[in-house]
Design a protein around this ligand. Structure first.
Ligand code: UD1
Ligand code: CA
Length: 455
């Protein structure tokens, strides 16, 4: 049977204490609602109907995408009312799955299991928990069949002692929802139209209510505040960490590791503590990432080593490059095999040839560098004249002495040699030595200034 997914996302989320609609708060840098949409899409539904209310326009503007239909719920009158708003856009002969924009960890496996039970009647996802407070409790008859859900606020002491709770996630044939939802009333403590009240109507009609149980409570944790948001974030990261470790990656500490995007790893990769991966990052075989590094949209070939405290953004490094510690690779940095970028070196828009070394305290921007180049400490490419950026070209096997400034546009042809402390403004031809510094004078007999001596 065709599947239609309804995702409830109309709530304000007052406890987030944020102007941002709750479902736009992120887990691993992606809005919670997008996580739910992604999981739902894996089930290949006809459509995802997202019910929005508070901040609805903002949610829609940010998450507009194919396969999603937006449904407005102007007043939040309860979960039953919310699903009812989506029904007009849903095909009669489909199964409806209800998910929540603030329950981002739900897995496709769990949903598949629930859906398998919802062909002829409603199926409810439940969990047995240590502390059921706040949740709706599951009521069952003597045979163990679900008879309904009682919300905590409406429950008596006996009902409150039940520790099987309603996760909220439910599936049912569309035709049944269409029949029952309009019959749901709001004569309860909260004056809301409760979605789980359809279960009582099913039982009245002699239709049995199926149920599936989740094994881990965190999978169905709804985020109401930033403490829960963090619990979900850590669980999400732990799942990723476990997946990588299973695939052969060594993590120094799975709890101090963050992926906010997609991280691809080859064989035998080692990642030290506090590494953060943002966007699309790809690490080849035998790559080592030191402690406290941030890598964004970066591709590292086999054998690259990134030493601690390095920051790489839109960079590319060939085999066996060594980067850091304390290196900053800015966008469009391309290092060819075996290149070395050392401590306190910043690069931007550079191509650094094979085996070239910029080992200490340098800025190299807008530069094409050949192979086998040695750039001394404190070298600066002066690429900006206040209005325009200019290029520095450095040929193969060039040697740049320490503390040199290369005023672009300028070229140092292959095997050229720049003496330490030079300011280069003119082309240095092949094999030439350029010295551009004042000659040293030594003054014999010079007297050092003396402090006046107090008597
Ligand atoms: C609901 C369930 C409860 C379950 C719990 C699990 C009902 C009546 N109760 O309670 O049995 O244990 O979830 O977390 O269903 N929403 C809308 N429009 C509305 C009302 C809610 O979109 O009119 C959305 C909210 O944004 C939220 C979700 O539905 O994401 C749940 O609503 P909420 O009022 O928080 O339900 P609970 O009281 O937690
Ligand atoms: Ca409520």
């Amino acid at each position: 049977m065709a599947l239609e997914v309804v995702i409830l996302a109309a709530g304000k989320g007052a406890r987030m204490k944020s102007p941002l609609p709750k479902v736009l708060h992120t887990v691993a840098d992606m809005p919670m609602l997008q996580h739910v949409i992604n999981s739902a899409q894996k089930l290949e539904p006809v459509a995802c109907h997202v019910v929005v209310g508070f901040g609805g326009e903002q949610v829609q503007a940010q998450l507009e995408q194919p396969g999603v239909q937006w449904v407005e719920q102007t007043e939040q009158l309860g979960t039953g009312h919310a699903v009812l708003q989506a029904l007009p856009g849903i095909a009669e002969d489909s199964t409806v799955l209800v998910l929540y924009g603030d329950v981002p960890l739900i897995t496709v496996e769990t949903l598949g299991e629930l859906l398998a039970k919802a062909a002829n009647g409603p199926a409810l996802l439940t969990a047995v928990v240590a502390d059921p407070s706040g949740y709706g409790r599951i009521e069952r008859d003597q045979q163990g069949a679900v008879t309904g859900v009682v919300e905590e606020k409406d429950a008596d002491a006996n009902q409150r002692s039940i520790n099987e709770i309603n996760t909220g996630v439910l599936a049912a044939p569309a035709a049944q929802l269409r029949r029952w939802l309009p019959q749901v009333e709001n004569n309860n403590k909260q004056g809301e139209y409760y979605l789980p009240d359809i279960l009582g109507l099913a039982v009245q009609e002699g239709i049995s209510v199926a149920s599936a149980q989740v094994e881990t409570e965190i999978e169905v944790l709804g985020v109401n505040d930033r403490i829960q948001l963090n619990l979900v974030e850590r669980e999400f990261q732990l799942r990723l960490a476990r997946r990588l470790m299973s695939a052969g990656v060594t993590l120094a500490d799975a709890g101090r590791f963050d992926v906010r995007g997609q991280l691809q790893c080859g064989e035998n990769v080692f990642i030290d503590v506090n590494a953060v991966f943002i966007g699309k990052v790809s690490l080849g075989n035998n790559v080592r990432i030191g402690a406290n590094c941030v890598l964004m949209d970066t591709v590292l070939a086999d054998g690259v080593e990134v030493k601690p405290f390095s920051h790489l953004e839109k960079a590319e490094a060939g085999e066996d490059c060594v980067i850091g510690p304390f290196a900053r690779l800015r966008p469009a940095t391309v290092l060819e095999a075996g290149a070395k970028i050392g401590n306190f070196v910043e690069t931007k828009k550079v191509n650094i040839g094979a085996g070239s070394k910029v080992s200490h305290l340098s800025y190299v921007g807008d530069c094409d560098m050949g192979s086998g180049v040695n750039v001394g400490a404190g070298t600066v490419t002066c690429n900006y004249d206040g209005a325009h950026k200019h290029k520095t070209r450095i040929g193969d096997k060039v040697f740049i002495g320490s503390n040199s400034t290369l005023v672009a546009p300028v070229e140092i042809a292959s095997n050229g040699f720049v003496a330490a402390g030079s300011t280069i403004t003119k082309k240095v031809a092949q094999d030439e030595l350029a010295v551009s510094r004042t000659r040293q004078r030594n003054i014999v007999g010079w007297q050092r200034p003396q402090k006046e001596v107090d008597d």
